[in-house]
Ligand binder design. Structure first.
Ligand code: NAD
Length: 361
């Protein structure tokens, strides 16, 4: 009877390269423990991606991987890339697989939290008086449109060879990402800042117009605009003013990296990429860290928190997700650190940190 009542979820695993396999393994171990605690049955299926896929079958994103991900309830990704594949032509590079899987799964939203953990205030590169109140920002980035997907090319110009990239955004693309942002803000501190470059770009002017149109449907959310250059400054001057940020693909790419850096701990930050169905793909924001790969030194927390985001956003398993977040908080509060946060002091390995989190769970 007990087995029959368990909720079942099929999770595709894209371990990828470098530290990818180690950190995904950690998240799987945590999910298994949480599954037992909350009667959730996870079926994990690994698929090849990135350099590992190039080595095995000559391409970074095999057809079986795309099909497997589309047939999964949700997908957990480690990271791809490394020096071994850096000299391959662009369309065969591991990173190409990331754009490919995002497009194939229709992942038009990227949610990137940037939170300063009280226990890790010392990691923040900003002055103490700037971050005394901490900060907890959610960046909602458009992921499948804009300049990264626009028409591009080389041509002969007035002064010889030139290259061009173009940005286009449709009403549909702006409206759907803005709605995700308004809904996200509703569940948080109800403050949304839309970031654009409306003083220069037509796409930004359309973006701003549509965000303002939608605002009347979300009267409980306070919405304002900010130019991207100002936003880049404000993030380091006064990060606590931000709750939810919504912005285009390229601006979001840059600002979310800036926001992650002011937390001071790249190994801590998860992300979610969502499609219409809200299931989607979950991954740490960092890369494959080839410098520490295979040494059991990686911080698994970003990936473990990505699994927690999956439980929340893909499966609506709020309690199970909270349990993971609380366990991570407790372990950090108790002073446990992996090498990236230990400053040469006592450090836990990737598996030991995972063991500690499981112990608390
Ligand atoms: P990186 O994030 O892999 O590493 C930057 C630094 O942070 C390194 O010193 C690394 O050791 C450290 N670091 C990163 N994650 C860590 C963790 N969990 N625990 C402890 N330390 C950690 O960035 P990079 O060095 O610029 O890129 C390495 C490779 O990763 C490149 O091939 C790049 O293209 C790829 N990459 C992949 C993704 C992705 O898969 N989503 C994202 C970024 C970079």
């Amino acid at each position: 009877m007990y087995e029959v009542n368990m909720k079942k979820y099929k999770i595709g695993l894209l371990k990828g390269d470098g530290i990818g396999p180690e950190i995904v393994e950690s998240a799987v171990r945590v999910l298994e423990v949480v599954g037992k605690k909350f009667d959730l049955d996870f079926a994990f299926t690994p698929y090849l991606i990135g350099g590992a896929a190039i080595d095995a079958c000559g391409e970074p994103l095999p057809k079986e991987t795309v099909e497997g991900c589309l047939n999964s309830d949700s997908v957990l990704l480690g990271a791809v890339g490394g020096p071994k594949w850096d000299t391959l032509p662009g369309n065969l590079r591991p990173e190409k697989a990331l754009l490919g899987i995002r497009a194939a799964m229709g992942l038009f939203t990227n949610l990137r939290p940037a939170k300063l953990y009280p226990a890790l205030k010392g990691e923040c590169p900003l002055r103490e008086d700037i971050v005394q109140n901490g900060f907890d920002i959610m960046i909602v980035r458009e992921l499948t449109g804009g300049i990264y997907f626009g028409e591009r090319g080389y041509r002969e110009g007035k002064y010889g060879e030139e290259a061009y990239d173009t940005e286009a955004y449709s009403r549909m693309e702006i409206e759907r990402i803005a709605r995700v942002a308004f809904e996200t803000a509703k569940k948080r501190r109800k403050k949304l800042i839309s970031i654009d470059k409306a003083n220069v770009l037509e796409t930004s002017r359309l973006w701003r117009k549509i965000v303002h149109e939608l605002a009347s449907e979300y009267p409980d959310v306070e919405v304002s605009d900010m130019l991207v250059d100002n936003a880049a400054m404000q993030l380091v001057r006064n990060p606590s003013q931000f709750d939810v940020i919504v912005t285009s693909n390229m601006f979001g790419d840059i600002l979310s990296d800036e926001a992650s850096q002011i937390t001071g701990s790249i190994g801590m930050l998860p992300s979610a990429s969502l499609n219409e169905g809200k299931r989607g793909l979950y991954e740490p924001i960092h890369g494959s860290a080839p410098d520490i790969a295979g040494q059991n030194k990686a911080n698994p927390i970003a990936t473990i928190l990505s699994a927690a985001m999956m439980l929340l956003y893909a499966f609506d398993e709020v309690e199970a997700s909270d349990a993971i977040v609380r366990a991570v908080d407790k372990v950090l509060d108790a002073g446990y650190r992996t090498a990236d946060l230990a400053h040469g002091g006592a450090a836990l390995s990737c598996t030991e940190m995972t063991d500690k989190i499981i112990e608390v769970l």
